[in-house]
Ligand binder design. Structure first.
Ligand code: KG4
Ligand code: ZN
Length: 356
């Protein structure tokens, strides 16, 4: 099955073509345009600016994807459709203005091409980025990665807006076992980045700065680490960083790097420990990391180290780095494994969509 994915929930405009296989998907084409540089100037995403950028990028991104995948031009829209079986599109959560651009595009294509359309929960898209298999060339032969996630599994979803811990017994069989009580992990990275005078978004920049710092100089709180639930809280960490920034005589390069390293470690430690306690309690076969923060190398390594230390036999998965942040391939992947098409007339945005 070949699926065209469309993702426009926030500040990335993306289209992708994936092919569903047995237990995994492969990417035929993936194009992502971002309005991030515009938001970097304002230190955060302004919804109207993001929506206008979505409108500007949507058709060029779609055109490029179809051209690269099939040599198909959008001007042929009234003639034969491209060789796809379905269209997948993000219906929420996200910014309403941004979501509508993708949904209206999918609606029009579904009507004109007479193809089924599958609405997708953006957060589940992040989880399903782990089902994308990268094909690698080895000894001039195309080889697939060896393994795919198996159920039951625990998925940690760590993005700019979410920090959720999911227990999944099968495709679509989702139980939310924990979440953040205040800031999301990505949001914590972004806010700490701002306090340190680093560009938006903070996550990747803090990761780079942390490499030059010493994580032991500042010890930041590990909120809710010892509690019996699977909830997270990161707003206290931000306050603790603010205190250190205020106390510092001068925010020089060394202090910024040390704070970055200490704060990153605090976030990573809580995420790793809570997720692994859940993995042990639910005796899962796989642990999936997903969302923008899962691109963080320190987080990936800390998971590997702690799993070895605790002799956890479950397999650890994280998406290819380009597919940790928002992209349409993950949306198409989620639709492939949860194939519930709707009539194009029934497509509706839901900015507040939760797991269902
Ligand atoms: O999943 P995503 O692209 O968008 C949402 O759905 O929110 O996640 C964006 C978030 C931002 O908060 C960003 O700072 C964070 O992911 N992020 C990272 C890294 N790359 C992106 N956080 C930590 N380390 C990274 N390397
Ligand atoms: Zn996202």
């Amino acid at each position: 099955m070949i699926i065209l994915g469309i993702e426009t929930s926030c500040d990335e405009t993306s289209a992708a073509i994936i092919e569903g296989k047995k237990g995994f998907v492969i990417i035929k084409e993936s194009v992502v345009a971002s309005s991030l540089s515009m938001h970097a100037k304002t230190g955060g995403v302004i919804p109207e600016v993001a929506a206008r950028a979505q409108l500007k990028f949507m058709l060029p991104v779609l055109e490029e994807t179809l051209k690269k995948a099939f040599g198909f031009s959008l001007t042929e829209i009234t003639t034969a459709p491209p060789p796809i079986d379905a269209i997948a599109v993000t219906k929420g959560p996200g910014l309403i203005g941004s979501l509508l651009i993708g949904l209206e595009t999918a609606r029009a294509l579904s009507f004109v091409w007479k193809k089924p359309v599958v609405p997708v929960n953006h957060m589940m898209g992040h989880v399903y980025a782990n089902f994308i298999k990268e094909l690698r060339i080895m000894n001039s032969k195309l080889v697939e990665e060896e393994s795919v996630p198996e159920f039951p599994l625990i998925a940690l979803v760590v993005s700019g807006g979410h920090t959720d811990l999911l227990y999944m017994k099968g495709h679509g069989d989702i139980h939310v076992i924990g979440g953040t009580r205040d800031d999301a992990a990505g949001e914590a990275f972004d806010k700490i980045g701002r306090l340190l005078g680093l560009p938006y978004p903070g996550g990747a920049v803090i990761e780079q700065r942390a490499k030059k710092g010493d994580e032991k100089v500042f010890h930041f709180p590990r909120p809710l680490l010892g509690t019996q639930d699977y909830d997270f809280s990161f707003s206290g960490l931000k306050t603790a960083v603010m205190r250190e920034v205020k106390n510092a005589p001068r925010l020089d390069d060394r202090i910024v790097s040390d704070i970055a390293a200490g704060a990153q470690m605090a976030i990573v430690e809580v995420l790793v420990k809570k997720t692994l306690i859940a993995a042990e309690e639910y005796s899962v076969k796989s642990i999936l990391l997903s969302g923008g923060v899962s691109a963080n190398q320190k987080l990936r390594e800390a998971f590997q180290v702690e799993m070895r230390r605790r002799s956890i036999a479950a397999k650890l998965f994280f998406p290819p780095k380009d597919f940790c942040t928002d992209n349409a391939a993950m949306i198409a992947a989620a639709a492939y494994f949860n194939y519930h098409p709707v009539d194009w007339r029934g497509l509706q945005a839901n900015p507040e969509l939760y797991y269902e």
